[in-house]
Design a binder for this molecule. Structure first.
Ligand SMILES: N#Cc1c(-c2ccc3ccn(Cc4cccnc4)c3c2)n[nH]c1N
Length: 248
């Protein structure tokens, strides 16, 4: 997968050089290219924003600068097919594991994290005539720009790519992963030492009985979900649980 990010804060994307995404880049599983939007300005102040038509607070990012930048990214991938444009915005579709799975299947993502009050609407409308466009929000809170969302989305997508996570099974019990555990939060996890500050380990985890352990983990996931995200319980499919139990 190729990922391009156009931003006025390239240094904000430094975390994409470390850990899981960093290793995937070194291995060649991910080709991540970060571009400074100001490269496509032509004035001495490298201006990327202007006042909003219709008045109102803040500034809006200029369409001509973004258009030149995204055209240049497109041109650098001639013959690779059209990318999917991902635009983080507080007014976007909620970013979910389902969308992460969808994006992980794309060969090329181009991220356009904005600042100020956002990007002139005509940029998204223009590229939507040639590219798949996803306007995405990572949560119901307000950030100052889209770069943090790019880090979140990139990590969620990268970990789904073949060979990126050490244990291929790790996806199976992901919170929100499709399947019997779909929409359930993960239960508690434990490791050595067997006693820590006079706290032991749930006996079932020491039993070696995989069926009982799987059922305990499912029940714990259900309990945590009911406590922290009751809204997700309503989306669970009881039949999936029976199928899960039968497989134990
Ligand atoms: N994804 C995502 C987001 C953002 C987000 C993303 C991009 C931009 C660009 C500019 N702003 C500031 C801004 C603009 C307009 C109104 N309110 C705030 C952003 C916020 N906030 N919260 C999220 N979950």
């Amino acid at each position: 997968m190729r990922i391009d990010v156009v931003t006025i804060f390239p240094e904000y994307l430094e975390p994409l050089n470390v850990s899981l995404v960093g290793k995937a880049r070194v291995r060649g599983t991910l080709d991540v290219r970060v571009h400074d939007l100001r490269e496509w300005t032509h004035d001495r102040h490298n201006t990327v924003d202007d006042t909003p038509y219709g008045g109102g607070p803040g500034m809006v990012m200029k369409p001509d600068v973004w258009g030149e930048a995204l055209d240049a990214v497109a041109a650098s991938g001639e013959g690779e097919g059209a990318p999917a444009l991902v635009v983080p915005t507080p007014s976007g579709r909620s970013f979910t594991q389902e969308l992460a799975v969808e994006l992980a299947a794309k060969p090329w993502l181009v991220f356009a994290p904005a600042r100020y009050e956002g990007i002139d609407r005509r940029v998204i409308d223009d590229y939507a005539t040639r590219w798949e466009v996803h306007e995405v929000s990572i949560g119901d809170y307000v950030l100052a720009g889209g770069e943090a969302a790019v880090l979140v989305i990139t990590e969620a997508v990268a970990r789904l790519l073949p060979g990126v996570l050490g244990n291929a099974e790790s996806h199976r019990d992901d919170s929100f992963a499709p399947g019997a555990m779909a929409d359930l939060l993960e239960g508690p996890v434990y490791t050595k030492p067997p006693v820590w500050r006079e706290r032991g380990i749930p006996e079932v985890l020491l039993s070696g009985h995989h069926g009982r352990i799987a059922r305990w983990r499912r029940d714990e996931a259900f309990r945590r979900t009911a406590a922290h995200r009751p809204d997700l319980i309503e989306r669970c499919d009881p039949a999936a649980f029976d199928k899960h139990d039968r497989a134990l």
